[in-house]
Design a protein around this ligand. Structure first.
Ligand SMILES: Cc1ncc(COP(=O)(O)O)c(C=O)c1O
Length: 408
């Protein structure tokens, strides 16, 4: 990487944000100005290993050459048509993405929250048109501690008061049950149920992995009771856990898959609802849409992302390096780590609260050149780009070990 081009200091830029940016985030005090692979560089030229990877939007690292090349090539030809017209990139993107996950059809959107909103609309429409639920009576069962995004409908069925409080009134039609509890799910499902909407692994909640058999149980229950299984794989999907999808660990195929984040290769927001024709086919012209959804730039980058995933290399790396991550974290248990959960290159690490909050530990790691993000309380989340090398990962684990040791 060459010298930074900016002249304002990190401190100055952070101060300049305060009066002009909404305060809906509390970022660590690092101002990134360039990045490559797993490394980011701040305006003073300090380098950091990025162990957050844009909440899994950067599964392939920063500026992966194949993705950047696809974006450049498309930028030089066509960027946006809206869906008022066809574009010459969309058919291939939909074909390839549907093929990757073994379903028929794609509804392209942009952000994760839009994919979730779209999935909710599709499920409700399916409930009225196909299942025969009386008008406006459809319900959707969701899990406590969920994180599906920030729209008013979505935060309305969140159990996180910070996300919810002050934003009502909320849309009705959602039932909340404990995660990882099939009996509670069974009790909540009835003839009005359009869908069960869950994360196969709850990322924002702290990388909560359900018991083996839970996803199979959700699949069996939804099939038996005649409602849809909608899996939000926006954070868990596309290689992160060592398989293309987190549901692949139980060989489960949901009715509706919600994808986002890494689908845009860290370049543009690209999300999608993917489902079979008997479900996604319920939408007709004018019933749903998005000006930017399915734009040719997004389709080109998304297709290049599918190319990468089809090699299987990233899933393999996540699985192999996931074992290294697990071993490293196991070695830290009792040395500042009180517990952790991991699958592939994704971990929620509970730090001994006596050593500080997750935020404080994240700040100390930043001081040592490693970027992570806390979730709740004393939990930090690790989600490095899947391109990280074993040495880089071992170094990051050693840094975590040192930071925790020094905190004692
Ligand atoms: C599981 C899950 N669903 C949905 C979203 C929302 O995605 P976006 O921030 O792109 O709207 C997130 C974001 O963290 C997520 O983790």
């Amino acid at each position: 990487m060459t010298a930074p081009v900016r002249t304002r200091s990190s401190e100055d830029l952070i101060r300049a944000e305060e009066p002009v940016l909404a305060h809906n985030y509390h970022p660590l005090p690092v101002v990134v100005s360039r990045a490559e692979g797993v490394w980011v560089e701040d305006v003073e030229g300090r380098r950091y290993l990025d162990l957050l990877a844009g909440y899994s939007a950067l599964n392939f690292g920063h500026r992966h050459p194949a993705l950047i090349a696809a974006a450049h090539e498309q930028l030089d030809r066509l960027t946006l048509t809206s869906r008022a017209f066809h574009n010459d990139r969309l058919a291939e993107f939909a074909e390839r993405l549907a093929g990757l996950v073994g379903l028929d059809m794609v509804l392209p959107m942009n952000t994760g929250a839009e994919a979730v909103e779209s999935g909710i609309k599709v499920a409700r429409k399916w409930a009225y048109d196909v299942k025969g639920v009386p008008a406006d009576r459809a319900t959707i069962v969701v899990a406590a501690e969920n994180f599906h995004g920030r729209t008013t409908t979505i935060v309305g069925f969140s159990t996180d008061e910070t996300a919810r409080a002050g934003f009502g009134p909320f849309a009705p039609g959602f039932r909340i049950v404990p995660y990882n509890d099939l009996a509670a799910l069974e009790a909540a499902v009835d003839e009005t149920t359009a869908a069960v909407l869950i994360e196969p692994i709850q990322g924002e909640a702290g990388v909560i992995i359900p018991d083996e058999g839970y996803l199979t149980g959700v699949r069996e229950l939804t099939r038996r009771t005649g409602c849809l299984f909608v899996a939000d794989e926006i954070q868990s999907g596309l290689g992160r856990t060592g398989r293309t999808l987190a549901v692949d660990h139980e060989s489960v195929v949901p009715d509706v898959l919600l994808l986002g984040k890494a689908l845009g290769g860290g370049i543009v927001p690209v999300s999608a609802v993917v489902a079979n024709r008997d479900v996604l086919g319920v939408l007709g012209p004018g019933e749903h849409g998005s000006t930017f959804g399915g734009n040719p730039l997004a389709a080109a980058v998304g297709t290049a992302v599918v190319d990468l995933l089809e090699t299987g290399e990233f899933q393999r790396r996540a699985a192999e390096l996931g074992a290294v991550l697990r071993d490293g974290l196991t070695g830290l248990v009792g040395k500042g780590v009180v517990g952790f959960r991991s699958r592939g290159l994704w971990a929620g690490v509970d730090v001994d609260p006596a050593l500080g909050t997750g935020r404080e530990v994240s700040a100390r790691l930043m001081g040592e050149g490693v970027l992570v993000k806390d979730t709740h309380g004393s939990t930090i989340r690790l989600a490095p780009p899947l391109t990280i090398t074993e040495d880089e990962l071992l170094n990051a684990l050693a840094t975590l070990g040192r930071v925790l040791e020094r905190s004692v």
